[in-house]
Design a protein around this ligand. Sequence first.
Ligand code: FE2
Length: 204
Amino acid sequence: MATYIGNCADLIDWKKITAPLDDIVSDELYNADTMRLYENHFLNSTNQLSDFLKDQVATSSSQIDYNLFLIKEWSSKYRLDTIGFSLYRPGKHYDATVDNILIKLLGGNITTTSISRLDPGYNVPIHEDYTNIKEPNYDPNKKVCRYVIFITPPETGQFFTLGDECFHNIKIGEIYKWDRPQQLHCAANASYKINYLYHLQVEY
Ligand SMILES: [Fe+2]
């Protein structure tokens, strides 16, 4: 079971953080088109890549292999055209001081944070995230924790699952620690409003 950490709604004005994102299209957009471009680039050596996908070319070969595995899984077992989510990054799309406030609460050192966006009618199929824990040079003495924060007001029809738990109509600002960073998770948005979640990976 995910561990309940507390609520940060009094510390961070999440509405102020997420409202401008409604009008920003992130280059880290994952949908049927971008995933096919990615697959074609690596499997068929085409060069049609967005700037974000060009950046991805520089990532580790184990990450590329994992991404290709996931795209293959999703294309064979899922409707790719129902997938559509994007990620926003601190300092680039929203105020990075959010992380300073959160780290005072959580301790440790932040390795990655992002805001995920899921528009009405889209899903994120069940998957495990790629993390640098899988890199061969990763220090096994480091303890890595993953957190999720619910940063939009409760909205019926917005679901996030982690392991066998389902989070629905969760209060804004609620923080949960995952059991482990490699847990299976998925999300769906059957509401009429955009769903945003905050994700943190922290090293101790
Ligand atoms: Fe994920």
